[in-house]
Design a binder for this molecule. Structure first.
Ligand SMILES: C[S@@+](CC[C@H](N)C(=O)[O-])C[C@H]1O[C@@H](n2cnc3c(N)ncnc32)[C@H](O)[C@@H]1O
Ligand code: SF4
Ligand code: SF4
Length: 375
């Protein structure tokens, strides 16, 4: 077996209360997952050749360094027994990062993703100064995986926030808010406005000579160019994406609605076969196959999108049918990106006039020799 990802929800506890947080459904309750449960879960996934662990939450750093060190020992044990290769990352609000965490992340080669909303951070998240300081420190130590901003404000200005966040010099992403947890009770940005703004950002980003990587734009380019995208919402997360929460519930991804399709608790699951035999897994598999089957018959963008995210479909009320609002967004984005790429090709645009991050994607996707980028 090749690669799998485990989202390890260290704890539901969090020292922030972000206004849109989907995790609010857990009431931010405090226990940290029992390391014995983590050991059992990793043992179940150890037959995969490569296992990527994403420490998540709640705020994962509230689990403490001792907990993280225990998980490192568990990884070492399964590497010795089964040869499983581990990589680790953490998604954090950045507020608790200090010298000790920096040393830990360096020692164990972690990628650190920080959630930070830029010009909207005070309004939706808080602790802005601390987080900016943490981002700068992580960047200096070459530990920073990227900065994720949630686009949630009804008046959200993607362009202004890109300009602000770009100064951090880190890979960025602008995730569209999904209506779970706290996000159910606030006014949100509309799908149309988000789509329109992301398209404008794309047009600007392509030509932004000192631009930084924007993950979702890179993904769109790959989807349009080579379809070689290993994205959970497009490449079927089923069977190689797992989440275990602080109580030991195992499910298909970290988002809350997926718990309605849980595979069971770690106390009663001992193998991948147990997961595959569970009612939750069966329902997700059958529902997703039916949705993809529908999509493949009716949608011109099936090859790029492959039926969208299962949690989005569940949120919309029916796992067998995609959320048409999202589909409109996907289709508009794909067709625009494809048109832009075709235009660049037909006009023989000088690649050196474009954003180097974008050029790298073009080269990777089309196999152009690296030196052409500078011609
Ligand atoms: C739930 S947090 C857990 C990890 C950590 N506490 C943090 O904030 O990075 C994981 C990510 O989900 C994002 N998030 C929370 N609620 C969301 C929502 N309703 N829609 C989209 N993203 C959301 C957060 O901003 C963060 O980037
Ligand atoms: S998004 Fe992260 S930091 Fe914000 S309340 Fe939720 S768990 Fe805490
Ligand atoms: S855009 Fe919508 S209909 Fe088309 S493949 Fe994606 S989820 Fe299915």
């Amino acid at each position: 077996m090749k690669s799998a990802t485990l989202i390890l929800k260290v704890t539901n506890a969090c020292n922030l209360r972000c206004k849109y947080c989907y995790n609010a459904a857990t009431m931010f309750n405090r226990p940290v997952i029992d390391p014995a449960k983590v050991d059992k879960m990793i043992g179940i996934l150890a037959p995969f050749d490569n296992l990527h662990i994403i420490f998540h939450g709640g705020e994962p750093l509230m689990g403490g360094i001792d907990f993280f060190e225990k998980v490192m020992r568990i990884e070492e044990k399964y590497y010795a027994i089964r040869g499983t290769k581990f990589t680790n990352s953490v998604q954090t609000n950045g507020t608790l990062i200090d010298g000790k965490w920096i040393s830990f992340f360096k020692k164990h080669d972690f990628h650190v993703g920080v959630s930070f909303d830029g010009i909207y951070n005070d309004k939706y998240r808080g602790s802005t100064e601390k987080v900016v300081e943490a981002i700068k420190r992580l960047k200096k130590e070459k530990l920073l995986g990227g900065v994720i901003a949630v686009a949630s404000d009804p008046e959200y200005d993607v362009d202004a926030n890109y300009e602000y966040l770009k100064k951090l010099g880190a890979p960025l992403d602008f995730n569209f808010v999904f209506p779970e947890g706290n996000a159910r009770s606030i006014d949100l940005l509309t799908n149309e406005s988000y789509t329109e703004q992301i398209l404008k950002l794309f047009d600007k980003w392509v030509h932004d000579k000192d631009g930084v990587p924007v993950r979702s734009l890179g993904i769109l380019c790959h989807q349009a160019l080579d379809r070689n995208v290993n994205l959970c919402s497009n490449g079927s997360c089923i069977g190689n994406f797992f989440c275990i929460d602080a109580e030991g519930t195992i499910y298909g991804c970290g988002r809350e609605e997926m718990k309605n399709y849980a595979y069971g608790n770690i106390d009663s699951i001992s193998s991948i076969e147990d997961i595959h035999k569970s009612e939750g897994f069966r329902k997700i598999l059958v529902g997703s196959i039916r949705r993809r089957d529908n999509c493949s018959k009716t949608c011109a963008y099936y090859s790029e999108c492959r039926g969208g995210c299962t949690d989005d479909a569940i949120l919309n009320g029916d796992i067998e049918h995609p959320n048409e609002e999202w589909c409109k967004q996907y289709r508009t984005l794909y067709s625009h990106v494809k048109e832009t790429l075709a235009q660049i090709k037909s006009e023989n645009v000088d690649l050196s006039t474009l954003n180097p991050c974008f050029t790298r994607i073009l080269i990777k996707a089309t196999g152009l020799p690296e030196e052409n980028a500078d011609e």
